[in-house]
Design a protein around this ligand. Sequence first.
Ligand code: FAD
Ligand code: NAP
Length: 327
Amino acid sequence: MTDTRHTKLLIIGSGPAGYTAAVYGARAMLEPLMVQGIQPGGQLTITTEVENWPGDTMTTGPELMQRMEAHARAMGTDIVTDHIAKLDLSARPFTATGDSGTTYTADAVILATGAQAKWLGLPSEERLQGMGVSACATCDGFFYRGKEVAVVGGGNTAVEEALFLTNFASKVTLIHRRDSLRAEKIMQDRLFRNPKVEVLWDHTVAEILGGDGGAGVTGLRLAHARTGAERTLPCDGVFIAIGHSPATELVRGQVEMHHGDYVKVKPGSTETSVPGVFAAGDVTDHVYRQAVTSAGMGCMAALDAERFLAAQGADAPVDPTLADAPA
Ligand code: FAD
Ligand code: NAP
């Protein structure tokens, strides 16, 4: 038997954007229902230290996300373990179908589906995934005690992954396609100071080597970014940390997108091109992509949804703080 549940406000995703929207939505008496997805807590659950969440000089990603979940629950959000497989935004109430078989109907939807790790797109990368190719050092770093590993990328994630891996590996080579990193300076300083780290500038990965006879990764075939000259780097594992793509499959063709698949919102708001559908966090942000900015947008989305529902005549009281907000 299929189950159908109706909610005034459906929040899809349980990262900082989703939980903040849930706190604000619940306090506005919208009785939000949140579907957590396959990564409850979102991207921060796969990192260790977080040093830039205001109010916490140092916390960990998993700990911070547990606190956000507890906060959202305490305010009255109905949090459901499910993953939305299909979303129909063509008519209101909107309809979402979960992997569990439950159908969710909603007067308003907040998309907070965040982003997922990008891959290089090499056949050898796909073939060796789980056999030495990973996109998560906190998940797999432990397997490389005393071994040599490589990290690909030049952003904050790559530098963090490289530094974390020095806790286990005997040597970490960071491979970047340019001659300067885009990671924050404080992170770069830590990286350059670490004696276990070597940075290989101006190189790309042409092929991940290994897999013969059931063996894992044995090395990388690298190409110089400008000359094309090739060299081989022996290593036991490689961590791909080249950024993230917005998780927008659910709404492709249904809402306007821009900047390569990010959901487009009206400037200064979280309104998408479909009235009643709001977007917050990494799914719409191609610039900042931080926990705190995602949380800020989650707050905006709940306030925008509240105002939308009030205008529709749904029994949503309008928050007085919205009186001066742009229409
Ligand atoms: P996400 O955290 O990406 O969460 C997305 C949520 O959507 C997940 O819960 C997922 O399960 C859910 N979802 C996706 N699809 C569906 C679906 N179809 N149905 C239901 N649910 C779905 N930022 C900082 O500010 N400080 C840091 O120290 C920091 N460290 C980081 C370290 C790493 C390794 C990474 C990868 C990122 C880091 N970031 C950091 C960036 C930060 O994690 C993101 O900006 C932030 O998590 C984005 O929040 P979000 O709520 O938009 O989405
Ligand atoms: P990012 O900032 O987009 O960096 C991606 C890196 O990968 C870039 O250096 C890029 O090179 C490289 N790259 C992209 N495609 C590549 C390819 N095909 N081959 C080789 N290299 C490739 O992504 P991110 O590091 O995952 O960070 C995402 C967001 O999360 C950022 O906003 C970041 O600040 C945030 N974050 C924050 C923290 C923190 O605050 N401590 C930690 C992690 C992430 P180019 O430089 O040449 O473009």
